[in-house]
Design a protein around this ligand. Structure first.
Ligand SMILES: *Cc1c(COP(=O)(O)O)cnc(C)c1O
Length: 217
């Protein structure tokens, strides 16, 4: 399954984040040996213990909600934080990245689903964040794009609509705030159940767990 998805994504020029939450280091090493280097986790503690146990050339993405008081644990090594949903969090990431002498790539997470429970910014909140004075001063983060999760539904038209909305958000922010900035380039959307739709709607980065590792408990 891994090889098939890897080839499909390679042809499309789309990055693969292998979502390894709840999976063991051995299971991660299986994909590592097949060449996968980018893995995603949604919990800080799990991310830290796996990072300590596994090869140093793995690029770890945090894809779940992040509390400001936990940023310090991942700042020394995290390759990307995909789930930035407030200025407060971004300020803390910048502060901790600076302490480590690093620049941490981040994605702004948007609320595109119908469900109330999913985290994320609205377009207006993102505009407020990006035009704020405290954002302008940040030197140790880079905004590398946007991330979103579609509604959990079988309705493919609904999912397609939500992914199109995220791509529109990306394009508008690019034009308004990142026109001269090639780093702002990623649209992280698509999981096991909906990555085919995300490919059609112009994703640049998919986050796939179940299809690669099998179902979680
Ligand atoms: C778990 C998770 C995924 C992967 O989900 P699968 O359905 O297992 O592919 C993707 N993105 C986020 C934010 C997740 O928490």
């Amino acid at each position: 399954m891994f090889e098939k998805i890897q080839e499909e994504l390679r042809r499309a020029g789309v990055h693969l984040v292998a979502v390894s939450k709840t999976k063991s280091p051995d299971q991660i090493m299986e994909l590592y040996r097949k060449g996968q280097r980018v893995f995603g986790e949604n919990k800080v503690q799990e991310l830290v213990s796996k990072q300590e146990a596994l090869p140093p050339d793995i690029e770890w993405h945090l894809i779940g909600h992040l509390q400001t008081n936990k940023v310090k644990y991942i700042a020394p090594f995290v390759a990307m934080i995909q789930s930035v949903d407030s200025l407060k969090l971004l300020l803390e990431i910048d502060k901790q990245a600076k302490k480590c002498g690093r620049v941490i790539p981040c994605l702004l997470q948007f609320h595109i689903a119908e469900e109330e429970t999913k985290f994320g910014l609205s377009f207006q909140e993102a505009e407020t964040l990006l035009s704020s004075e405290s954002f302008q001063g940040l030197k140790n983060i880079r905004i590398a794009g946007v991330m979103g999760m579609a509604t959990f539904t079988e309705d493919e038209r609904q999912i397609g609509k939500e992914f199109r909305r995220l791509r529109e958000i990306f394009l508008r922010l690019k034009a308004l705030y990142f026109a001269e900035n090639p780093v702002f380039s990623e649209i992280s959307m698509g999981m096991s159940s909906d990555y085919a739709i995300a490919l059609k709607e112009g994703t640049t980065m998919v986050r796939i767990g179940t299809l690669l590792f099998g179902p979680r408990q």
